[in-house]
Design a protein around this ligand. Sequence first.
Ligand code: GLA
Length: 372
Amino acid sequence: MRFLLIFAVITGLGIGADAETKCEKEPFGKVGGEAVDLYTMTNDKGLVVKVTNYGGIVVSFIVPNRDGKMDDIVLGYNDVDSYVKNNPYFGAIIGRYGNRIGKAKFSLNGKEYKLIANDGENSLHGGKKGFDKVIWDAKEVNNKDAVGVEFSYLSKDGEQGYPGNLKTTVAYWLTNDNEFKIEYTATTDKPTIINLTHHSYWNLAGEGFDILDHELTINADKYTPVDKGLIPTGKLLTVEGTPMDFRKLTAIGSRIDNDFEQLKLGKGYDHNWVLKQKKEGEMTLAAILYDPKSGRLMNVTTTEPGIQFYSGNFLDGTITGKSGKPYKFRTGLCLETQHFPDSPNKPNFPSVVLKPGEIYKTTTIYKFSVKR
Ligand code: GLA
């Protein structure tokens, strides 16, 4: 064991390099009378990720810091009832449409579809009862280098206003390479729109601290500016010379309160960046998040063309999390890989239309390491 520990520290893998790769299932309570489960995935480096089939929520995510100390680096609750009562999308699968659709409507093939407005006049994260609030079917999956859970859900034609019976599968994999890999697939029986994403609130220092000292890189020269309802204007603007420039690792807090209109509108960062993809749908680096205190580093790669960086500006201390600490302003941040917000109403944005016979397939990987 001592040898393994030394080996793990030297190679930067953290502790527990001799842990067993496994997935365990236990009851996690009931939602509307239906039992839901908690799945605990462990990889051979000792990383532990807990997920539930209620909303596909990542409940906890335990990784080592540079000294091998394990901490939970996502915000959330210990029990499913708290998620049901009040969840600002902690850890959840977001669908059918991640982020906002302006005025809660869109047209497809000449027909207008009305969605449920749940964010002023706009529709946010799939409407009133999005994929974060449904119970998913779950199946444990594994291969020689990873364990996982595959969630599936049939969203009926007309659900929350969206057309088509949409069959969705979201697989979460924890690999022995310290990757948390999410694979999304979907098919439909009528033309529809789709934009799935993941909404963990990360805090690499450990849940309960603020995130302003975290340093961030976003692989983007442009972002999509928004109006006061946080709906993109349709323009793609350069990040050059603005607080939106994260092309080099930069502390999140260093410019967040600058007198810059977009930051005022978002109460901080709450924007979509246009990723520098070589080829459409090709796995590309999206972001790097680093916490200098703990040494934890998270690398985000994706097939998606955009990423929403949300700096936890709606957290206000009224929620008390897993460790009993209140989640104050900007104590967690989201890096949501996605197609751009309001794409159905922005013909110049990459298309989010899914037709019968096509397969929607996207992948995002959050990879963990430490830096000394
Ligand atoms: C997304 C949105 C934010 C906010 C959070 C959830 O990141 O862009 O404006 O709605 O989700 O609170």
